[in-house]
Design a protein around this ligand. Sequence first.
Ligand SMILES: [Zn+2]
Length: 167
Amino acid sequence: MRDTLVLNASFEPLSTVTMNRAVVLVLQDKAVVEQAHPELRMRGAALDIPAPRVIRLCRYVRVPFRRQAPWSRRGVLVRDRHRCGYCGRRATTVDHVVPRSRGGQDTWLNTVAACAEDNHRKADRTPEEAGMRLLREPFEPTPADAMLLALGGDLAELPEWLAPEAA
Ligand SMILES: [Zn+2]
């Protein structure tokens, strides 16, 4: 998948995001297209626009690149793309891998997005005790995640119908 470069309002490069994400940021008036791809268009049900190669945010965001992004439930859901860490289905809750009742902390490495069902099933147990396997290990958010979090707004879903096509 081709990526789009994101510039801050001050024109300094921030990170890259997927083209889908870039189009959504433009449609939400959070960013403007600085440079479009000459040969690719993004086509959807009621949309046909040049694929953005570079976008620029409409307002300046401070992104904690050097410092670690502060932990939040919303941040965990954004980092994990709202997919359950145990089954991959849509996640609306955050699970503590080591339960809080057992000393597990609110940290990026101890939390994963989880569907309500799996979160309930795991309860106050470690994945091992519950016989559940993590699809992937929790990780620190990427610069792109940190930027999207700093932008705010509802970042829950990306339209799946949006796809780049040759012009
Ligand atoms: Zn699940």
